[in-house]
Design a protein around this ligand. Structure first.
Ligand code: HPA
Length: 272
């Protein structure tokens, strides 16, 4: 369980010298280039942060950046932690707890995902409107620290409706095509079988991936507003399921990253 005082938090508080981020950003596979839109004030490799988990996946740099997008102070994670790497749910969501302790109230999460919705194409941007937790675990299992949040967390609006509306408007104004959909999060590391993709579509998911859900659960536990966005990097649609590799996922994600970054930058900088 996350407790304060905490060595990572104490280290960051000393280094940040009063810099107070308002937005947290977690960048998914192949989507780390958003950091080029940040005027960086402080940057740390995960390795230099005391008690911070280390990133092991290709495409995840493992850098924590503090700086400004426009006039907005942000904290961005270039590289996240996944359940399939062997991390506990508490380790995966530790950075979200840190964000909250540093004063962040708004979280943006991005990921690469496989699309089951027959209207989807490879390269589509999907604004996440809801999720289905299919991980065999939940970061809130165990004793609840009521200082951090309630025992039973309301998830009726996990993805902030006002953020979704604003993002849709920005996409329209910026001629960025987008879909909206439900993200199913599961452990991986296998990609899905055709039968699993079919099952996921039938239970109401439009896209599937191996991240995001744990971080969003902890963000909601902490009372944050959340915005989530997926790049559809491959398809699990009946008759269209092709072989998928991590390299393909990274390639598609990287190609769509500029549009995704435009959307996120405008979401942060444009007034509500
Ligand atoms: N399944 C699970 N995770 C993924 C996929 C997928 O098809 N694509 C990218 N991440």
């Amino acid at each position: 369980m996350y407790e304060e005082p905490n060595p990572t938090l104490e280290f960051l508080k000393t280094k940040l010298q009063g810099f107070k981020p308002q937005w947290g950003i977690i960048l998914g596979s192949g989507l780390g280039d958003l950091v080029h839109h940040i005027t960086t004030v402080y940057s740390f490799s995960y390795n230099e942060l005391p008690d911070f988990p280390k990133s092991t996946v290709t495409g995840h740099a493992g850098t924590l950046r503090f700086g400004y997008i426009g006039n907005e102070p942000v904290m961005a994670m270039q590289g996240r932690f996944h359940y399939y790497e062997g991390y506990t749910m508490q380790e995966i969501t530790f950075p979200v707890r840190l964000m909250k302790s540093l004063g962040i109230t708004q979280l943006i999460v991005s990921n690469a995902s496989g699309g089951m919705n027959p209207d989807f194409k490879v390269g589509d941007i999907m604004i996440i409107k809801d999720h289905i937790n299919l991980f065999p675990d939940n970061p809130l299992i165990g004793p609840n620290n009521s200082q951090l949040g309630p025992r039973f967390v309301d998830m009726s609006e996990a993805y902030d409706a006002a953020f979704i509306k604003k993002a849709c408007n920005i996409a329209l104004q910026s001629s960025i095509a987008y879909k909206e959909g439900v993200y199913a999060g599961l452990s991986g590391p296998c990609f899905e079988t055709p039968a699993e993709y079919r099952y996921l579509w039938r239970i109401g998911a439009d896209a599937v991936g191996m991240s995001t859900v744990p971080e969003v659960i902890v963000a909601k536990h902490s009372g944050m507003r959340v915005f989530g966005i997926s790049i559809i990097t491959d398809l699990g649609i009946e008759g269209h399921t092709e072989k998928v590799s991590h390299e393909d996922v990274l390639k598609v994600a990287q190609a769509k990253e500029p549009e995704l970054s435009t959307l996120i930058v405008k979401l942060i900088t444009q007034p509500d």
